[in-house]
Design a protein around this ligand. Structure first.
Ligand code: 89Y
Length: 342
């Protein structure tokens, strides 16, 4: 099969891991990089052997659109819609980092723009691809705990995220867009769609603009009640970053995804233990192992869709349902009311 060719938009912190993730896969190769600051793109191009570098996105597309199978947008959220629009205009499929857009309206517009242009649109939503989360889904699907009726999905940490990603300090809406996008997507992946939610937020760290604590209580269409808690202000005995911890209770038992990728399954017959350890690729930052490792699985799933040999889970249309939950959570916190999901 011929290798698919792509261009990267944005060569900041995350691009090294995204390009390393692509490198793990057969059948795909980077052709060009765009970055506002050309020297940064040149550095990354050298590292990954990418032939072309641009500091003008239109020039890149004018010269190469005809030979690109997709563009991979790895910029901050503010420019996601702009570059998605350019991909659509030039008839090139688009992969975009989460969160999709800066608000619900713009995100919806991005899905619509790509639909109208007839280009494929995917969101690089990797948390659902983490090895421990996939293992947990396997356990739930095996029915060993029976029908699940209650869950807690927890991402609480005091990791200094602002050091690697300083733009997060400036976001008026922080934790629900940054981590809530992932956590609420995990809730959908594990338990299906939500019918309503109630959310409370607060800001503990006085040096940032947005909220750094959010507690969301979701009512899922299945009847399951799910408490999704997230915080970057939680100084805990055991720092879990960047692990998502989950507990689920069902009619026949319970399962807990606890620290270090250990899963404990309890039924009336006792407790058994299993693991969902990520592959530790040589290029992962040890502080982010489970996240960086899941990039490969997320990319593989999207690549298979582009190659016509599989179906992507995190299409723009699917991810828009996660975006709706993020903004429903803000709306609920603002109104101090339950918000129903249409
Ligand atoms: O931006 C976030 C993400 O997607 O995973 C962890 C993170 O880097 C900081 O919250």
């Amino acid at each position: 099969m011929q290798k698919l060719t792509f261009a990267v938009f944005g060569t900041g912190f995350w691009s090294y891991y995204q390009l390393s993730g692509w490198k793990e896969l057969e059948g795909v190769k980077p052709l060009a990089l765009y970055n506002r600051t050309r020297s940064k793109a040149e550095e990354v191009a050298k590292q990954f052997n990418v032939p072309f570098v641009y500091d003008n996105p239109d020039e890149l597309l004018e010269k190469h659109a005809h030979e690109l199978d997709f563009i991979d947008i790895i910029t901050d959220v503010d420019t996601h819609a702009l570059f998605t629009g350019k991909g659509a205009k030039y008839g090139v499929n688009v992969i975009c980092q989460k969160p999709m857009g800066p608000n619900l309206e713009v995100s919806g517009g991005m899905v619509e723009t790509c639909r109208r242009a007839g280009v494929k649109f995917y969101i690089h939503e990797n948390f659902r691809w983490q090895a421990p989360i996939r293992k947990l889904k396997e356990v739930l699907d095996s029915n060993v705990i029976g029908r699940a009726f209650k869950a807690r999905v927890s991402f609480c940490s005091a990791f200094p995220v602002f050091e690697n990603q300083p733009f997060l300090v400036e976001l008026d809406q922080f934790i629900l867009t940054d981590i809530g996008s992932h956590i609420l997507d995990i809730c959908r992946f594990l338990f299906g769609e939500a019918s309503s939610l109630f959310c409370q937020t607060s800001r503990i760290n006085p040096t940032i603009k947005g909220e750094d604590v959010a507690n969301v209580l979701l009512q899922m269409q299945s009847g399951l009640s799910c408490y999704a808690e997230m915080s970057y202000a939680s100084i805990l005995e055991k720092e879990a970053f960047p692990q998502t911890l989950v507990s689920v209770e069902g009619e026949k038992g319970s399962v807990v995804l606890t620290h270090d990728f250990v899963l404990k399954i309890t039924t009336r017959h006792g407790t058994s233990v299993t693991e969902g350890k990520p592959i530790v690729y040589p290029w992962v930052d040890p502080a982010y192992t489970v996240v960086h490792s899941s990039i490969v699985d997320c990319n593989r799933n999207i690549l298979q869709d582009l190659q016509g040999i599989g179906k992507a889970e995190t299409t723009g249309e699917d991810n828009f349902k996660t975006v709706q939950l993020v903004y429903a959570a803000y709306e609920s916190a603002r109104l101090n009311q339950v918000v129903y999901i249409s």
